[in-house]
Design a binder for this molecule. Structure first.
Ligand SMILES: NC(=O)N[C@@H](CC(=O)O)C(=O)O
Ligand SMILES: [Zn+2]
Ligand SMILES: [Zn+2]
Length: 430
């Protein structure tokens, strides 16, 4: 099968191509990127007025499979991913049971190849059962294709144990994805500590809850030399610390989620569980620092932390609802609308942070680029389309979003995974 994408504006962070160009796909590879390709193809796509970018690589999703299939599955999560232009995801291990050994990892990889439209890279847990007591078989999981380990959902509070995990990850050549939260400091908090929490009568989560662990983890990365990726950064001091780490030449990267660079705690007008996530929506100052960090490339990655939950669970009070919101189907549009349209990021930076940089962090040499020889994971994005986000239109099982009813500009037109069209004309092609 050959696909010829005509007249699109190619954004390729690897070759720095940034202009109108045709793209030819043959089988699972991109075989040519050139102006005016005229060879016949099985399928021709007119991408006039659209960006042609490397398929998005989301370093942080929760597919809830196995064990919590009522929230999401490899199939439903995969469909949501390709609708959002996401051609590879990193699935976090806080499944049921926790994905903490090579047999479980191999099983998910095997199943995902059949059940999921997007590529799934399973992330292995740091400790057995995410209990923070005994290290998981990190080497074994790395051998099964875990490109990173993570205790996401919580931090490994025992610094000595975490340091040992980092040493092993370093030896195995994989990264550590860090969820930064000092659980001893949370004290029942459900939203950002500040005036809005007081007004709503909620317990607060201060910035230091994140910052003290971010600082610790950077210092541990310095000692062990492991590649450390800080997940869902929400505070201005996280940005500062990553800047410092980079100045020192440490292999530390930072990730920001759309909700953290768009919303503040003041957007929580009432007691609504759909605004509850970890880390919480912070202050205007934090949001500005995250935007600035993305703009000046201190922050490398935009991920979703797609965290689906059942409606009955989320349509409860802030106190009762679980932490987490969905993101796969809104991330590209929100990023374009909030960062690219206003000139905070260039379109090329969007491609970098949503695809190229994640590919580098995972060590995927054949991904994150629309250029000859690469795997044909491609997204065609129409920056002119305006619409309103409606959670009923989500293909994810999770409808838990604070962005329902929000106006956005920019929509995924077509998603190609390994040379196969899996989303086109508003429809997922199973
Ligand atoms: N982000 C969240 O609020 N929730 C995540 C866990 C996590 O990412 O820490 C989840 O698994 O639901
Ligand atoms: Zn987390
Ligand atoms: Zn998460």
């Amino acid at each position: 099968m050959t696909i010829l994408i005509k007249n699109g504006h190619v954004l390729d962070p690897k070759t720095r191509r940034n202009g109108i160009c045709d793209v030819l796909i043959d089988g699972d590879r991109i075989t040519k990127t050139e102006e005016n390709i005229t060879v016949p193809a099985d399928k021709v796509i007119d991408a006039s007025g659209c960006y042609v970018m490397p398929g998005f690589i989301d370093l942080h999703v929760h597919f809830r499979d196995p064990g919590l299939e009522y929230k999401e599955t490899l199939t439903t999560g995969g469909r949501a991913a390709v609708k959002g232009g996401v051609t590879t995801v990193c699935a976090m291990p806080n499944t049921k049971p926790v994905t903490d050994n090579s047999v479980k990892v191999a099983m998910i990889h095997r199943r995902a190849r059949v059940e999921s439209l997007t590529n799934v890279i399973q992330i292995g847990a740091v400790t057995i059962g995410q209990e923070g007591k005994e290290l998981a078989d990190i080497r074994g999981m790395a051998a099964e294709g875990c490109h990173a380990i993570s205790e996401d959902g919580k931090s490994v509070m025992n610094a000595s144990l975490y340091r040992r995990a980092m040493q092993i990850a370093k030896e195995a050549g994989i990264a550590v994805f860090a969820h930064c939260e000092d659980i001893t400091m949370v004290e029942g908090g459900v939203m950002n500590a500040g005036a809005q929490a007081k007004k709503l009568g909620m317990k607060g989560i201060s910035n230091a809850v994140e910052d003290v662990i971010a600082a610790r983890d950077i210092l541990l990365a310095k000692e062990t030399g492991v590649q450390l990726h800080l997940c869902h950064c929400s505070t201005k001091d996280s940005v500062k610390m990553i800047a410092l780490a980079k100045e020192e030449g440490l292999p530390v990267t930072g990730e920001v989620c759309p909700h953290h660079f768009i919303l503040t705690d003041e957007d929580i007008k009432e007691d609504d569980g759909n605004f509850k996530m970890n880390p919480p929506l912070r202050s205007r100052e934090d949001v500005e620092a995250l935007r600035e960090g993305l703009k000046n490339d201190i922050m490398d990655v935009i991920s979703t932390d797609h965290a689906p939950h059942g409606s009955a669970e989320k349509n409860r009070t802030m106190k009762m609802a679980p932490f987490g919101i969905v993101g796969l189907e809104t991330s590209a549009a929100l990023t374009y609308t909030e960062l690219v349209e206003p000139g905070i990021l260039t379109p090329m930076q969007m491609a970098e942070k949503m695809s190229y940089n994640p590919a580098r962090i995972l060590g995927l040499a054949e991904k994150g680029s629309v250029s000859e020889g690469m795997i044909a994971d491609v997204v065609i994005f129409d920056p002119s389309k305006e619409y309103i986000i409606r959670k009923e239109t989500f293909v994810s099982k999770g409808k838990n979003t604070p962005f329902d009813g929000r106006k956005v500009k920019g929509d995924v037109n077509c998603t190609i995974v390994g040379g196969k069209i899996v989303y086109e004309g508003g429809k997922v092609i199973d």
